[in-house]
Design a protein around this ligand. Sequence first.
Ligand code: SF4
Length: 340
Amino acid sequence: MTTPAPLLSVRDLTVEFRRDRSWLRALHGVSFDVFEGETVGVVGESGSGKSVTVQSLMGLLPARSSRLAAGSAVFAGRDILRLPRRELRRIRGKDIAMVFQDPMSSLNPVFTVGYQIAEAIREHNPGLSRETLRERTLAVLSRVELPHPAQAFSTFPFQFSGGMRQRAMIAMAIANAPRLLIADEPTTALDVTIQAQVMQVLQQARGTGSAMLLITHDMGLVAEATDRVIVMYAGRVIETGTTAEVFAAPRHPYTRGLLASRPKLAAAGGRLTPIPGSPPNIASLPGGCAFHPRCALHERHRDPICVDTVPALLPREGAGLVACHLTHLLGSAQREMETT
Ligand code: SF4
């Protein structure tokens, strides 16, 4: 059986930011694929590079203070990192759409929700009549389960609650049936009780055909909503695999740390073990493996290779990849969590 071509193929994505007179590297050769219909989670603490990755894919990084040092991102056969701005705008909102953490970053407070969604549809379908536009907009509003779509059509974003606003933004994102939906921390700003509802709406409304890249720091959300997971640390991919395999047997100490610090474990009577220290600043990355100052495995074995050499991303046990010199020394996930 031949593997289908990925819908999005990111290779060696390397991005730098200007700081005074020098350039600081924020992404170090990030590579991953997203296939039609799947949900891929990108996880890591703040500063891991997950948001920079999607912002560079969408052409949203500030042009004056950032630059693409290397890499490609082929979406449906075209490198979107090198498209003229006009063409990228055409793809954005139609073939690739984004759901942000803050709905007000994509909803304009001075226009009604219905008007904005209709405009988003009209931009990519200029010939549609007013009636058809209204019908399509109402259909999209009911897909995100906004009660009374006709009423919601004439409502201003500020008149909605946080959860409703998030639904309106999802409606805007799916209005043109994108092939790839990028959701950047879509539920982080919401109450815990609303988070699950909004996530369910997002999953249902996008339909089965489109793929989703879900950016989050929430491992619980990754477990529930994704097929595959990409774990990032200090601007690099450090582990990838199917969500089931990575959660059952994480092969990188950082992934294990993220799993051990999930509040769910503590609630179930397990120990909540935060990862010691904090993520490094890109201006002063530790040498070798950037995780070594916080790594329990390095602490135990003190192998100089961790301090001297950046680990390559290599095939992990089962499917997927891992970047750790000492991954072979890790026991089962449970055992490691118990001794961390
Ligand atoms: Fe820890 Fe060394 Fe593996 Fe890095 S390479 S995660 S420091 S054991």
